[in-house]
Design a protein around this ligand. Structure first.
Ligand SMILES: [Zn+2]
Ligand SMILES: [Zn+2]
Length: 395
């Protein structure tokens, strides 16, 4: 699509002609019966529909949202553009898909589930909030990207919560008054958690016998070895009730899978394995392996739907404290989705950190205890989901 006009000042004819062409094209391709189109101006940010003349007015008086690089809400596809492709925020794709899902469902309106609609509205609001520029006119950072950048820095430099809050306060005073940077670590974490990027803490027996979840969630001592669930004070040997001795961090998989299926492009990528089996006998992907075939034979109903997810699981110990405590090892458990193409399934973005098994020593065979939250029948089909028509593979 023609984008040259955006480089001109808004009072110039070149800009106005470009904006007029943009609006006319959007109206012809996507206008509804009332001649309304999605407005990409800096204030509406593709979250509101307006009459095309109003959209034109917004483009001239307010200007186009500078973070809207690829006009996916106005018919541009990723393939039309060049390297900028990589910069499409996933939230926009999600946003677009949610809008279009809604349009497709219009004909059977009475069947539309209220809760789904409410959830969609919530997601749209969240996306809108997260993608607000850091301050009016800021093109480099949004509220979310600034928060994530700062949280990464906190982790990299081992900043304490108090120090971080202090830095946040000072940073806010450097920014214009209308800035959207969260005020505290607490509100920043709340923002990130709203996208289900948070984790659950599950208490574990200090000797790796069990997790205090489900039937055991109210116990104070391990049913196997009797060890207290709570930390012992090293000097007085007293139990510090409320402070867990060991905590497993679990990053839920389902919200991430839901997000993947909500985005048309990733939902398609999840079926890559079904059409790309090697034809020349050479192995390029696990789909070409004997093990894959064996699984297909043993669980044909599972194999019959290419959308069913095939996970690979990998784990290794690492020391988060560097030289400060050389004997400590904590075990991240990473899932890879083998449904994806070889270049995607090993990409950084597709690897899913799902468990952080605490140290200080490696879990060894007790790792099974920690993998329990990943077991299929517990998690993959929560009660709100339609029950799977397939039998659960006996892992
Ligand atoms: Zn607008
Ligand atoms: Zn125990």
């Amino acid at each position: 699509m023609e984008k040259e006009w955006l480089q001109f000042d808004r009072f110039k004819d070149e800009y106005r002609v470009g904006a007029r062409m943009f609006v006319d094209k959007a109206r012809a391709d996507y206008g509804n019966s009332e001649d309304e189109i999605i407005c990409p101006c800096i204030k509406c940010r593709n979250s509101e529909h307006h009459h095309f003349e109003i959209v034109y007015e917004h483009l001239v008086t307010r200007g186009m949202d500078p973070t809207y690089k690829i006009w996916i809400c106005h018919g541009e596809t990723g393939s039309e553009s060049n390297h900028e492709d990589l910069e499409i925020p996933e939230t926009y794709k999600l946003f677009k898909d949610l809008c279009f899902q809604h349009d497709e469902n219009d004909e059977d309106d009475e069947d539309v589930d209220d809760t789904i609609e409410t959830r969609e509205a919530e997601i749209l609001n969240l996306v809108r909030e997260a993608e607000t520029p850091l301050f009016f006119g800021c093109t480099n950072y949004t509220k979310m990207s600034a928060s994530v950048a700062l949280l990464k820095m906190k982790a990299r430099h081992y900043l304490t919560d108090i120090a971080f809050d202090d830095i946040l306060r000072t940073s806010r005073s450097f920014l214009p008054e209308d800035n959207t940077l969260p005020e505290s670590l607490y509100s920043m974490k709340k923002l990130v958690k709203a996208f289900d990027l948070g984790y659950e803490k599950i208490h574990a027996c200090v000797n790796d016998c069990c997790l205090f979840r489900k039937d055991l969630q109210h116990l104070e001592n391990c049913p196997k070895c009797g060890a207290s669930r709570w930390k012992l004070n090293e000097s007085s040997s007293k139990i510090q009730k409320g402070i867990p001795a060991k905590v497993l961090r679990y990053f839920p998989i389902i919200p991430r899978l839901r997000r993947m299926f909500a985005i048309t492009e990733t939902a398609e990528q999840l079926r890559w394995h079904s059409n790309n089996k090697s034809q020349d006998g050479k192995m390029r992907h696990p789909v070409d392996a004997l093990a894959w075939e064996t699984i297909n034979r043993r669980w044909p109903s599972f194999a019959s739907d290419p959308r069913n997810i095939r996970f690979g699981l990998a784990t290794d110990g690492f020391n988060p404290f560097h030289d400060l405590r050389s004997t400590y090892s904590c075990w991240p458990v990473i899932l890879t989705i083998y449904n994806l193409s070889p270049w995607l399934c090993m990409s950084k973005e597709s690897l899913m950190l799902t468990l952080l098994i605490p140290g200080p020593k490696q879990p060894g065979n007790d790792i099974d205890v920690y993998l329990a939250p990943l077991v299929w029948k517990d998690n993959l089909f929560p009660p709100t989901y339609p029950p799977s028509p397939y039998p659960i593979p006996p892992f």
